[in-house]
Design a protein around this ligand. Structure first.
Ligand SMILES: Cc1ncc(COP(=O)(O)O)c(C=O)c1O
Length: 380
Protein backbone atom coordinates (compact mmCIF):
# COMPACT_ATOMS: atom_id res chain seq x y z
CA UNK A 1 0.00 0.00 0.00
CA UNK A 2 1.23 3.54 -0.71
CA UNK A 3 2.41 5.78 2.10
CA UNK A 4 -0.73 7.92 2.37
CA UNK A 5 0.86 10.31 4.89
CA UNK A 6 3.80 11.01 2.57
CA UNK A 7 1.48 11.47 -0.42
CA UNK A 8 -0.58 13.96 1.52
CA UNK A 9 2.25 16.48 1.16
CA UNK A 10 1.38 16.59 -2.57
CA UNK A 11 -1.91 18.34 -1.73
CA UNK A 12 -1.44 21.60 0.25
CA UNK A 13 -5.22 22.15 0.31
CA UNK A 14 -5.56 19.14 2.61
CA UNK A 15 -3.62 21.07 5.26
CA UNK A 16 -6.23 23.83 5.19
CA UNK A 17 -9.48 21.86 5.20
CA UNK A 18 -10.84 18.46 6.05
CA UNK A 19 -11.53 17.66 2.43
CA UNK A 20 -14.66 15.57 1.92
CA UNK A 21 -15.51 16.68 -1.62
CA UNK A 22 -12.99 14.96 -3.89
CA UNK A 23 -15.74 13.68 -6.21
CA UNK A 24 -16.56 17.27 -7.16
CA UNK A 25 -13.19 18.99 -7.42
CA UNK A 26 -10.02 17.03 -6.72
CA UNK A 27 -7.36 19.10 -4.87
CA UNK A 28 -4.49 20.59 -6.89
CA UNK A 29 -1.31 18.51 -6.48
CA UNK A 30 2.10 20.21 -6.23
CA UNK A 31 3.01 18.70 -9.56
CA UNK A 32 -0.15 20.19 -11.09
CA UNK A 33 0.88 23.64 -9.87
CA UNK A 34 4.40 23.06 -11.26
CA UNK A 35 2.87 22.00 -14.59
CA UNK A 36 0.82 25.20 -14.78
CA UNK A 37 3.95 27.25 -14.12
CA UNK A 38 5.76 25.26 -16.82
CA UNK A 39 2.93 26.04 -19.23
CA UNK A 40 3.44 29.80 -18.76
CA UNK A 41 7.20 29.41 -19.10
CA UNK A 42 6.99 27.27 -22.26
CA UNK A 43 4.61 29.71 -23.89
CA UNK A 44 6.63 32.76 -22.88
CA UNK A 45 10.05 31.39 -23.75
CA UNK A 46 9.36 29.45 -26.94
CA UNK A 47 6.55 31.21 -28.82
CA UNK A 48 4.91 29.51 -31.82
CA UNK A 49 7.37 26.59 -32.10
CA UNK A 50 6.11 25.44 -28.70
CA UNK A 51 3.21 23.74 -30.51
CA UNK A 52 5.53 21.18 -32.09
CA UNK A 53 8.21 21.01 -29.39
CA UNK A 54 5.86 20.65 -26.41
CA UNK A 55 2.15 21.11 -26.88
CA UNK A 56 1.19 18.53 -29.51
CA UNK A 57 3.42 15.90 -27.82
CA UNK A 58 1.78 16.73 -24.48
CA UNK A 59 -1.69 16.18 -25.98
CA UNK A 60 -0.55 12.86 -27.43
CA UNK A 61 0.78 11.85 -24.01
CA UNK A 62 -2.54 12.88 -22.44
CA UNK A 63 -4.53 10.67 -24.84
CA UNK A 64 -2.15 7.76 -24.16
CA UNK A 65 -2.39 8.15 -20.39
CA UNK A 66 -6.18 8.25 -20.65
CA UNK A 67 -5.90 5.01 -22.63
CA UNK A 68 -3.81 3.52 -19.82
CA UNK A 69 -6.37 4.61 -17.23
CA UNK A 70 -9.24 3.06 -19.21
CA UNK A 71 -7.43 -0.06 -20.39
CA UNK A 72 -8.19 1.16 -23.92
CA UNK A 73 -6.19 0.27 -27.04
CA UNK A 74 -4.05 2.97 -28.70
CA UNK A 75 -5.94 5.41 -30.92
CA UNK A 76 -9.32 4.93 -29.22
CA UNK A 77 -9.23 7.92 -26.84
CA UNK A 78 -9.90 11.59 -27.60
CA UNK A 79 -9.81 14.84 -25.65
CA UNK A 80 -12.95 16.92 -25.01
CA UNK A 81 -13.43 20.16 -23.06
CA UNK A 82 -16.22 18.72 -20.89
CA UNK A 83 -18.17 15.51 -20.48
CA UNK A 84 -21.23 17.28 -21.88
CA UNK A 85 -19.36 18.09 -25.10
CA UNK A 86 -18.06 14.51 -25.29
CA UNK A 87 -21.65 13.27 -24.99
CA UNK A 88 -22.79 15.67 -27.71
CA UNK A 89 -20.12 14.34 -30.05
CA UNK A 90 -21.25 10.78 -29.38
CA UNK A 91 -24.97 11.62 -29.61
CA UNK A 92 -24.43 12.92 -33.14
CA UNK A 93 -22.34 10.04 -34.36
CA UNK A 94 -22.86 6.69 -32.65
CA UNK A 95 -23.98 4.23 -35.35
CA UNK A 96 -27.37 3.32 -33.90
CA UNK A 97 -29.54 0.62 -35.45
CA UNK A 98 -31.69 2.07 -38.24
CA UNK A 99 -35.27 2.94 -37.38
CA UNK A 100 -34.84 2.72 -33.62
CA UNK A 101 -35.65 5.75 -31.50
CA UNK A 102 -35.60 4.66 -27.88
CA UNK A 103 -32.80 5.82 -25.56
CA UNK A 104 -32.78 4.29 -22.08
CA UNK A 105 -31.28 6.35 -19.26
CA UNK A 106 -31.08 5.58 -15.53
CA UNK A 107 -33.31 7.67 -13.28
CA UNK A 108 -30.30 8.42 -11.02
CA UNK A 109 -27.98 9.53 -13.80
CA UNK A 110 -26.36 12.95 -14.00
CA UNK A 111 -28.71 15.56 -15.59
CA UNK A 112 -26.49 16.33 -18.58
CA UNK A 113 -27.13 12.79 -19.85
CA UNK A 114 -30.88 13.34 -19.90
CA UNK A 115 -30.52 16.79 -21.47
CA UNK A 116 -28.35 15.45 -24.23
CA UNK A 117 -31.07 13.19 -25.64
CA UNK A 118 -34.11 15.22 -24.53
CA UNK A 119 -32.76 18.00 -26.74
CA UNK A 120 -32.99 15.74 -29.81
CA UNK A 121 -36.56 15.29 -31.02
CA UNK A 122 -35.56 12.30 -33.13
CA UNK A 123 -35.20 10.24 -29.93
CA UNK A 124 -37.72 8.93 -27.40
CA UNK A 125 -36.15 9.00 -23.96
CA UNK A 126 -37.23 6.52 -21.29
CA UNK A 127 -35.89 6.67 -17.73
CA UNK A 128 -35.25 3.42 -15.87
CA UNK A 129 -36.71 3.87 -12.37
CA UNK A 130 -34.93 3.20 -9.11
CA UNK A 131 -37.10 1.36 -6.58
CA UNK A 132 -35.09 2.39 -3.52
CA UNK A 133 -33.80 5.78 -4.71
CA UNK A 134 -30.28 4.46 -4.34
CA UNK A 135 -29.62 1.64 -6.82
CA UNK A 136 -30.84 0.37 -10.18
CA UNK A 137 -30.19 -3.34 -10.74
CA UNK A 138 -29.03 -4.34 -14.24
CA UNK A 139 -32.26 -6.36 -14.58
CA UNK A 140 -34.26 -3.08 -14.49
CA UNK A 141 -32.40 -1.96 -17.62
CA UNK A 142 -32.67 -5.41 -19.22
CA UNK A 143 -36.47 -5.49 -18.72
CA UNK A 144 -36.86 -2.25 -20.69
CA UNK A 145 -34.47 -2.97 -23.54
CA UNK A 146 -36.48 -4.04 -26.58
CA UNK A 147 -36.37 -4.11 -30.38
CA UNK A 148 -36.94 -0.33 -30.44
CA UNK A 149 -34.00 0.47 -28.17
CA UNK A 150 -31.17 2.21 -29.96
CA UNK A 151 -28.97 3.10 -27.02
CA UNK A 152 -28.54 2.60 -23.28
CA UNK A 153 -26.72 5.48 -21.56
CA UNK A 154 -25.97 5.50 -17.87
CA UNK A 155 -23.30 6.44 -15.33
CA UNK A 156 -20.81 3.99 -13.89
CA UNK A 157 -21.32 5.32 -10.36
CA UNK A 158 -24.35 7.40 -9.33
CA UNK A 159 -23.35 10.89 -8.22
CA UNK A 160 -26.05 11.21 -5.54
CA UNK A 161 -25.84 7.73 -4.00
CA UNK A 162 -22.38 6.34 -4.77
CA UNK A 163 -23.84 3.10 -6.21
CA UNK A 164 -21.40 1.38 -8.59
CA UNK A 165 -23.24 -0.23 -11.49
CA UNK A 166 -22.45 -3.56 -13.12
CA UNK A 167 -21.65 -2.17 -16.57
CA UNK A 168 -20.92 -5.54 -18.12
CA UNK A 169 -24.42 -6.82 -17.35
CA UNK A 170 -26.02 -3.66 -18.78
CA UNK A 171 -23.85 -3.69 -21.92
CA UNK A 172 -24.57 -7.40 -22.50
CA UNK A 173 -28.32 -6.80 -22.24
CA UNK A 174 -28.08 -3.87 -24.70
CA UNK A 175 -26.03 -5.86 -27.21
CA UNK A 176 -28.29 -8.91 -26.99
CA UNK A 177 -31.10 -6.67 -28.29
CA UNK A 178 -28.99 -4.95 -30.97
CA UNK A 179 -28.59 -1.69 -29.02
CA UNK A 180 -25.39 0.16 -28.11
CA UNK A 181 -24.20 1.06 -24.62
CA UNK A 182 -22.53 4.32 -23.57
CA UNK A 183 -21.13 4.80 -20.07
CA UNK A 184 -20.41 8.06 -18.22
CA UNK A 185 -17.54 7.17 -15.89
CA UNK A 186 -16.79 10.65 -14.56
CA UNK A 187 -17.30 9.40 -10.98
CA UNK A 188 -15.07 6.34 -11.37
CA UNK A 189 -12.10 7.77 -13.31
CA UNK A 190 -9.25 7.74 -10.80
CA UNK A 191 -10.98 5.78 -8.04
CA UNK A 192 -12.21 2.52 -9.60
CA UNK A 193 -9.91 0.39 -11.79
CA UNK A 194 -11.24 0.57 -15.35
CA UNK A 195 -11.10 -1.79 -18.27
CA UNK A 196 -13.41 -0.60 -21.03
CA UNK A 197 -12.95 -3.79 -23.04
CA UNK A 198 -13.93 -6.01 -20.09
CA UNK A 199 -16.88 -3.70 -19.37
CA UNK A 200 -18.06 -4.28 -22.93
CA UNK A 201 -19.37 -0.76 -23.49
CA UNK A 202 -19.25 0.78 -26.96
CA UNK A 203 -18.23 4.20 -25.71
CA UNK A 204 -17.12 5.73 -22.42
CA UNK A 205 -16.73 9.34 -21.25
CA UNK A 206 -14.88 10.74 -18.24
CA UNK A 207 -12.63 13.54 -17.10
CA UNK A 208 -9.83 14.67 -14.79
CA UNK A 209 -11.66 17.24 -12.67
CA UNK A 210 -12.69 14.95 -9.83
CA UNK A 211 -10.74 11.90 -8.66
CA UNK A 212 -7.86 12.59 -11.06
CA UNK A 213 -7.03 16.00 -9.54
CA UNK A 214 -6.43 17.47 -12.99
CA UNK A 215 -8.70 20.52 -12.90
CA UNK A 216 -11.40 21.56 -15.39
CA UNK A 217 -11.23 21.37 -19.19
CA UNK A 218 -9.84 17.84 -19.21
CA UNK A 219 -12.64 15.52 -20.25
CA UNK A 220 -12.16 12.63 -22.65
CA UNK A 221 -13.94 9.89 -24.48
CA UNK A 222 -13.29 6.36 -25.68
CA UNK A 223 -14.95 4.55 -28.57
CA UNK A 224 -14.56 0.85 -29.41
CA UNK A 225 -12.01 0.54 -32.22
CA UNK A 226 -14.31 -1.26 -34.68
CA UNK A 227 -17.00 1.40 -34.21
CA UNK A 228 -14.78 4.48 -34.81
CA UNK A 229 -14.59 4.20 -38.63
CA UNK A 230 -18.39 4.24 -38.86
CA UNK A 231 -18.70 7.58 -37.02
CA UNK A 232 -18.82 11.08 -38.53
CA UNK A 233 -19.43 13.57 -35.70
CA UNK A 234 -21.56 16.57 -36.62
CA UNK A 235 -19.78 18.96 -34.27
CA UNK A 236 -16.29 18.92 -35.71
CA UNK A 237 -13.25 21.02 -36.68
CA UNK A 238 -9.90 20.98 -38.43
CA UNK A 239 -8.17 19.01 -35.69
CA UNK A 240 -10.56 16.11 -36.34
CA UNK A 241 -9.07 15.60 -39.78
CA UNK A 242 -6.37 13.21 -40.91
CA UNK A 243 -3.92 16.04 -41.65
CA UNK A 244 -4.97 19.39 -40.16
CA UNK A 245 -1.92 21.08 -41.65
CA UNK A 246 -2.95 20.25 -45.22
CA UNK A 247 -5.40 23.18 -44.83
CA UNK A 248 -7.85 21.57 -47.22
CA UNK A 249 -11.10 23.53 -47.11
CA UNK A 250 -13.22 21.73 -49.67
CA UNK A 251 -13.02 18.18 -48.38
CA UNK A 252 -13.52 16.60 -44.98
CA UNK A 253 -11.22 13.68 -44.39
CA UNK A 254 -11.67 12.46 -40.80
CA UNK A 255 -8.70 11.06 -38.86
CA UNK A 256 -8.76 7.26 -38.80
CA UNK A 257 -8.50 7.08 -35.03
CA UNK A 258 -10.41 8.72 -32.17
CA UNK A 259 -8.86 12.07 -32.96
CA UNK A 260 -11.82 12.43 -35.31
CA UNK A 261 -13.88 13.29 -32.19
CA UNK A 262 -11.81 16.38 -31.39
CA UNK A 263 -12.54 19.82 -32.86
CA UNK A 264 -10.38 22.97 -32.69
CA UNK A 265 -7.44 24.34 -30.72
CA UNK A 266 -7.17 22.82 -27.25
CA UNK A 267 -7.12 24.74 -23.95
CA UNK A 268 -3.48 23.94 -23.24
CA UNK A 269 -3.17 25.06 -19.60
CA UNK A 270 -5.91 22.59 -18.67
CA UNK A 271 -4.02 19.75 -20.25
CA UNK A 272 -0.76 20.55 -18.49
CA UNK A 273 -2.58 20.23 -15.18
CA UNK A 274 -4.67 17.29 -16.39
CA UNK A 275 -1.68 15.23 -17.43
CA UNK A 276 0.07 15.94 -14.11
CA UNK A 277 -2.97 14.69 -12.18
CA UNK A 278 -3.39 11.62 -14.37
CA UNK A 279 0.26 10.64 -13.99
CA UNK A 280 0.15 11.03 -10.23
CA UNK A 281 -2.95 8.85 -9.88
CA UNK A 282 -1.55 6.18 -12.21
CA UNK A 283 1.63 6.12 -10.09
CA UNK A 284 -0.29 5.77 -6.82
CA UNK A 285 -2.42 3.05 -8.41
CA UNK A 286 -6.17 3.25 -8.91
CA UNK A 287 -6.72 -0.13 -7.22
CA UNK A 288 -4.92 1.19 -4.10
CA UNK A 289 -7.04 4.34 -4.12
CA UNK A 290 -10.20 2.27 -4.43
CA UNK A 291 -9.33 0.17 -1.36
CA UNK A 292 -8.44 3.27 0.65
CA UNK A 293 -11.70 4.97 -0.30
CA UNK A 294 -13.73 1.89 0.53
CA UNK A 295 -12.11 1.85 3.99
CA UNK A 296 -12.92 5.53 4.50
CA UNK A 297 -16.51 5.16 3.27
CA UNK A 298 -16.95 2.05 5.47
CA UNK A 299 -16.06 4.22 8.42
CA UNK A 300 -18.47 6.98 7.37
CA UNK A 301 -21.31 4.46 7.12
CA UNK A 302 -20.52 3.06 10.58
CA UNK A 303 -20.46 6.56 12.05
CA UNK A 304 -23.81 7.37 10.40
CA UNK A 305 -25.37 4.19 11.80
CA UNK A 306 -24.09 5.05 15.28
CA UNK A 307 -25.47 8.58 14.96
CA UNK A 308 -28.83 7.36 13.60
CA UNK A 309 -28.39 9.33 10.37
CA UNK A 310 -30.04 7.91 7.25
CA UNK A 311 -27.72 7.27 4.28
CA UNK A 312 -28.43 6.59 0.60
CA UNK A 313 -25.33 4.56 -0.20
CA UNK A 314 -25.14 0.77 -0.57
CA UNK A 315 -23.51 -1.23 2.22
CA UNK A 316 -21.83 -3.83 -0.02
CA UNK A 317 -18.20 -2.82 -0.33
CA UNK A 318 -17.94 -3.83 -4.00
CA UNK A 319 -20.98 -1.78 -5.00
CA UNK A 320 -19.58 1.58 -3.85
CA UNK A 321 -16.31 3.47 -3.73
CA UNK A 322 -15.78 7.11 -2.67
CA UNK A 323 -19.23 8.67 -2.14
CA UNK A 324 -21.67 8.50 0.79
CA UNK A 325 -24.79 10.67 0.91
CA UNK A 326 -26.67 11.56 4.08
CA UNK A 327 -30.24 12.72 4.57
CA UNK A 328 -30.41 16.44 5.36
CA UNK A 329 -33.35 18.85 5.41
CA UNK A 330 -31.27 21.98 4.75
CA UNK A 331 -28.18 20.83 2.90
CA UNK A 332 -27.01 24.22 1.65
CA UNK A 333 -26.98 25.71 5.15
CA UNK A 334 -25.14 22.69 6.53
CA UNK A 335 -22.58 22.85 3.71
CA UNK A 336 -21.93 26.54 4.40
CA UNK A 337 -21.56 26.03 8.16
CA UNK A 338 -19.21 23.11 7.68
CA UNK A 339 -17.14 25.23 5.32
CA UNK A 340 -16.86 27.91 8.00
CA UNK A 341 -15.78 25.16 10.43
CA UNK A 342 -13.03 23.96 8.07
CA UNK A 343 -14.78 20.98 6.45
CA UNK A 344 -15.58 20.95 2.73
CA UNK A 345 -18.56 18.82 1.72
CA UNK A 346 -21.17 19.11 -1.02
CA UNK A 347 -24.92 19.55 -0.95
CA UNK A 348 -27.48 18.02 -3.26
CA UNK A 349 -31.27 18.33 -2.91
CA UNK A 350 -32.18 16.70 0.43
CA UNK A 351 -28.67 15.43 0.99
CA UNK A 352 -25.17 16.15 2.15
CA UNK A 353 -22.62 14.35 -0.01
CA UNK A 354 -19.31 13.19 1.46
CA UNK A 355 -16.44 12.06 -0.75
CA UNK A 356 -13.19 12.05 1.25
CA UNK A 357 -9.94 12.55 -0.56
CA UNK A 358 -7.84 9.38 -0.22
CA UNK A 359 -5.17 11.29 1.76
CA UNK A 360 -7.61 12.40 4.47
CA UNK A 361 -6.34 10.83 7.72
CA UNK A 362 -8.44 8.61 9.98
CA UNK A 363 -8.21 11.25 12.71
CA UNK A 364 -9.45 13.97 10.33
CA UNK A 365 -12.30 11.78 9.18
CA UNK A 366 -13.46 11.25 12.77
CA UNK A 367 -13.22 14.97 13.51
CA UNK A 368 -14.96 15.81 10.24
CA UNK A 369 -17.81 13.38 11.02
CA UNK A 370 -18.24 14.89 14.51
CA UNK A 371 -18.68 18.28 12.85
CA UNK A 372 -21.01 16.89 10.16
CA UNK A 373 -23.32 15.40 12.82
CA UNK A 374 -23.16 18.53 14.94
CA UNK A 375 -24.37 20.71 12.05
CA UNK A 376 -26.85 18.14 10.75
CA UNK A 377 -28.53 17.99 14.16
CA UNK A 378 -28.73 21.77 14.31
CA UNK A 379 -30.84 21.60 11.11
CA UNK A 380 -33.32 18.84 11.89
C1 LIG B 1 -21.36 11.65 -13.64
C2 LIG B 1 -21.22 13.02 -14.19
N1 LIG B 1 -21.37 13.23 -15.51
C3 LIG B 1 -21.24 14.46 -16.05
C4 LIG B 1 -20.95 15.54 -15.27
C5 LIG B 1 -20.86 16.90 -15.92
O1 LIG B 1 -19.68 17.00 -16.62
P1 LIG B 1 -19.32 18.34 -17.46
O2 LIG B 1 -19.56 19.49 -16.57
O3 LIG B 1 -17.86 18.13 -17.79
O4 LIG B 1 -20.16 18.36 -18.67
C6 LIG B 1 -20.76 15.38 -13.89
C7 LIG B 1 -20.39 16.56 -13.08
O5 LIG B 1 -20.36 16.58 -11.91
C8 LIG B 1 -20.90 14.09 -13.34
O6 LIG B 1 -20.77 13.88 -12.02
Amino acid sequence: MPDWKALRAEFPLLGRYIYLNACSLGPLPLRGRAALERYAQDWDQKGTPVWFSDWLPLLAAFRDRVGELLGAPGGTTAIAPSVSVALTTLATSLPLAAGRKKVLIGELDFPTIGHQWLSRPEFEVEFVPSRDGMTIPPSAFAERIDSQTALVVTTHLFYTTGYLQDVRAIADAAHAAGALCLIDGYQTCGCVPLDVEAMGCDAFVGGCLKWLSGGPGNAFLYVRPDVIPRMRPQGTGWFATRDPFSFSLQELDFADDARRFETGTWAMPSHYAGLAGLELILEVGVANIQERLRDLTDRILVRCDQAGVRTFTPRERERRCGIVTLECAQPEEVEAQLHAAGVIVDSRPGRIRLSPHWCVTEEELERGMDLVFHHLKAHT
